[in-house]
Design a protein around this ligand. Sequence first.
Ligand code: GLC
Length: 452
Amino acid sequence: MQAGEFIEGLRRDFLLTTDDLKKIAEDFHGEMRRGLAGGRSSLKMLPSHIDCATGGESGDFLAIDLGGTNLRVLQVNLCGRGKARIERVRKFRIPESATHGRGEDLFDFIAKSIGVFTKKTGAVRRMGFTFSFPFEQDGAASGRLIGWTKGFSATGVVGRDVAALLRDAFHRNSVDKIEIAALMNDAVGTLVAGSYTDRRCDIAAIFGTGTNACYRERAAGIGKLKKSPADEGGHMIVNIEWGNFDRLPLNRYDLALDAETINPKCQIFEKMISGMYLKKIAAKIIEDMILQKIIFGGRIPARLADDFGTGDMSAIELDRAKGLPKTRSILRRLGAANSSTDERKAIRDVCNVVSGRAARASAAALFAVVTWIDPGLADRHTLAMDGTLFEKYPKFKGRVSAALKDLDPNKSSNIRMIHAKDGSGIGAAIAAAVAAKKSSNLFCDMSIRGTR
Ligand code: GLC
């Protein structure tokens, strides 16, 4: 078989027509409905007990953001009027031993990093904690991990309250006087940050190592809430955990990839879309082409499976120069010393097909969430987006917009995507501010009651 014929077949395997997208959005609604009611669903629809921001929140707060390869610790100044400033930020690379070892080691690592950071920040002690995994919450400052995603596997954490685990680690490591005022998912943090600056912002999505989204829901619409909607304040953000959505057409590469992961049959949507997996799907396809002796004379480059990254895919897709020199050097690094221009073009096509499907599937899910809130798309909605795929992958945003237009040619202009850079960290600080205000109101209420 020739490369051209292979790529044509591949395009068919990865094609999502507008009707497919409509079907995905429809199925997504069904899963949202069941998830909110507490029924069986691939969408966990987790109540966050945190609402969008008003823009008026102010003060100095700490924030930590744990979720991918790094832990980020930030000091954020909220100026009110929708303005936030990151005063200091530091990244700590999470050691393998912490993500795959004992949970205690992971939390010791977090506590120590915060200890190092706060040596310089002094008085700021109220903290928002962004934890980018699925957890169940009864209130805004605690949450039990449901299960790890994105390759994490630290032991002794699933089923436990991660805020309490961090507090224990603070004690063990003599990190004093830090109060975890709010705990939230990164998508939730991003929405809080987006709504701080834009009152039309009611959805957030992450397209990074993993993928997820959340939106603002009426408390009365969340059937599984234990407290009455009024006690819950009328509205709250729901963490969809859409990475686990599974009503999707899968092809042989998706199935092969899933079977190799540590969580088969879970996070199916994430495995189709996010940075952690796109490169693996592309590597699988390239390997298949090689095994079929379509390229590289049947020899698989030694470092293809382990070293090929999403950054490489971006660079290859951007490689428009004659002879694709950038692609040539990436292939050399992976162990393919000699490649022809046609072979390099075929690799570029593979990247294009895989990332193109990811963008279209993402658009279907985004469309489902917006039309859940506003079925006729009558109002304007701002979507706060973050993650390297959204920020850096060539044409990702444009392809999502184009697919949204396919889904609703007349009204898709009501959907505006903005890049909420550092949203999850800033959002954590804002949520800590909201919690601080609530606890001081509560204190006022109690003291007023006490004087009566
Ligand atoms: C994974 C996590 C989810 C997180 C997302 C983006 O899907 O399960 O909680 O929001 O990655 O980081």
